[in-house]
Design a protein around this ligand. Structure first.
Ligand SMILES: Cc1cc2nc3c(=O)[nH]c(=O)nc-3n(C[C@H](O)[C@H](O)[C@H](O)COP(=O)(O)O)c2cc1C
Length: 225
């Protein structure tokens, strides 16, 4: 059982988001999962160039760590997404990774995996960001099982209160449970997943001439005519 955690902050493993992520990973580890954290500091996964090469050929034209990280996720069972609140959204470092997943999204390439999201902020507004990150999981094909967040400005000593620590541990444990028991997504999430899959199927039929790699992926993996 392997979990890949993506941590999108220039503070890397020394920051507040890493501290909260590590509690989730601790919970997962206690339940028997292995894990690896990939730090996105802005230099290893650069912004998308909008060149469409990934749609046409299946891999990004840019020479950085994106393809290797994507491969790690494809070979893992679950994905943890962790970002600080940067102006009411994920960090630019994290968003760059999301944008580079455009072809992953068209192919729903993380289908069958489970995931969860982690957010920290100075002053609040984490919930819509966690929802956005979990929506990203849905459109890559993965099933989100929850999220946890912390408002650092309310914690003067920087220490998480015991109930938050417990929540983070429990999220890690729930992720491992999901990997093991493979539950169906809840009906609302399943509806979103199915609607998005139909949308991508239509997109593939529309763009089959321009994006042969993605069309062939759908033909091979999803019996697209
Ligand atoms: C560029 C930037 C933008 C930020 N925007 C917000 C914000 O809109 N709201 C907020 O509450 N905190 C904001 N913060 C504070 C961070 O979310 C907070 O310090 C977070 O815990 C940092 O996590 P890290 O140590 O893992 O990088 C911002 C910080 C930076 C550097």
């Amino acid at each position: 059982m392997k979990i890949i955690a993506l941590l999108g902050t220039p503070h890397g493993l020394k920051g507040s988001t890493a501290k909260l992520l590590n509690l989730v990973l601790e919970g997962a580890e206690k339940s028997g999962a292995e894990h690896e954290t990939v730090v996105l500091k802005g230099d290893n996964v650069k912004p998308c160039l909008g060149c469409d090469v990934c749609h046409k050929k299946g891999a990004c034209a840019q020479k950085d760590d994106f393809e290797e990280i994507k491969g790690k996720i494809i070979n893992a069972d679950a994905l943890l997404l962790a970002s600080p609140n940067y102006i009411f959204s994920v960090s630019a470092q994290f968003k760059a990774f999301m944008d580079r997943c455009c072809s992953v999204v068209h192919k729903l390439e993380f289908e069958g995996k489970y995931g969860a999201s982690i957010v920290t902020s100075g002053g609040g507004d984490e919930e819509p960001i966690a929802e956005y990150m979990n929506h990203f999981l849905i459109i890559t094909g993965a099933t989100p099982i929850g999220s946890v967040w912390a408002t650092m400005g309310t914690l003067p000593d920087g220490e998480f209160p015991p109930d938050l620590k417990q929540q983070a541990h429990d999220l890690g444990k729930s992720l491992v449970d999901a990997i093991q028991t493979k539950p169906e997504p809840d009906p609302a999430v399943l509806k979103q997943m199915n609607a998005f899959k139909d949308r991508m199927k239509n997109l593939m039929q529309w763009r089959k001439a321009e994006w042969p790699h993605e069309y062939e992926y759908w033909q091979k993996n999803r019996n697209l005519e």
